[in-house]
Design a protein around this ligand. Sequence first.
Ligand code: PLP
Length: 406
Amino acid sequence: MNPTELDHLRTDFPILSSQVYGKPLIYLDNAATTQKPRSVVEAISTSYLTTNANVHRGVHHLSQAATELHEKARVDVARFIGAANEREIVFTRGTTESINLIASAYGEVFLKAGDEVVVSEMEHHSNIVPWQLLQQKKGIELKVIPVTDDGRLDLEAYKNLLSERTRVVSVAYMSNVLGTINPVRDMAAAAHDCGAVFVVDAAQSVPHLPTDVEALGCDFLAFSAHKMYGPTGVGVLYGREALLDQMPPYQGGGEMISHVSFAGTTFDRLPYKFEAGTPNFIGSVGLSAAIDYMERIGMDQIASHEARLTRYALERLGAIEGLTVYGRAPERGAVVSFNVGQIHHLDIGTLLDRLGIAVRTGHHCAEPLMRRFGVEGMVRASFGLYNTTSEIDALAEGIERVRRMF
Ligand code: PLP
């Protein structure tokens, strides 16, 4: 992306030209949620204004129009991530719900006391706590892949953790703290060799890298629309059809049934079996518009722009005295977490905010990883397709200013 293209693209995001405390907004909290382009907001408002009706149930025109849009979104998602068909795409509220669904429904049928689930030390709480709940319910064991000093998964330790007792391996494709891109394809192959299924938490990778579930060889993959320029409240669980077919429903209610009687209820076909209640059919249309937006720019183009930004940020921030970057994996995405000397991360975040710079501070929902690096929290700058090197310059200058205050 050249500077003119980037300037033009930024006008798709009206919020980026707003001011904070009289300073231009510099939004570097994209790993938490991204800003939305006008086309996504317009797709949502057009749906509400012209095709709003509950889906799947109505014979009337509006209901059918809404259903068509909702189901087109499913087809778009399937294509975007290389799924075999749209029956493998379950709409959820987001990554968290998708992983809870797997732990609950897959765990129900396929896991028993003594079975092992492998996660890693760099996981978001959303990929830890659902498995701990299953641990309490079923007596499974949770094994943890350690993280190396430079922020990679210890793959030797991973191989040693795998055994015939391993039933599930669940790891992030890209860390929301260290930016590390994990070798999930090889890890999936190793998991399959011992008969386990492989789950990918793709919350941070789908917005930044091309995704192909077939090439990754994963069994499940979870992500959220709001981190990929789409709306909040909608996300995706991809699951291999043969597995989804064997899993019981996650929640009961309307939409997910075939017939209900007090003698016994039968469930709908895939993927509706997992979609109890009125789905977020406006959100799915927003997600479809977000996919369209990203595809028009091109995922390779997005990935290379963000790789350039990340390299630049590591160089600029790395030159600041007393600044420690966490995670130095060669394969990494657009997230840089750091601390500066003894300055509290919250102070850095608060002072940067006064300069119009939005970064995230705290444990980033990864407390075990904070413990691993012996810190209570970190400052995190995370980039999206609209960020620029001059915003990174402003961040570096802002950090220098903060540093001089202490
Ligand atoms: N997994 C990772 C790696 C994340 O970064 C996040 C959010 O930050 C989640 C899971 C949870 O996503 P959500 O809150 O959209 O469900």
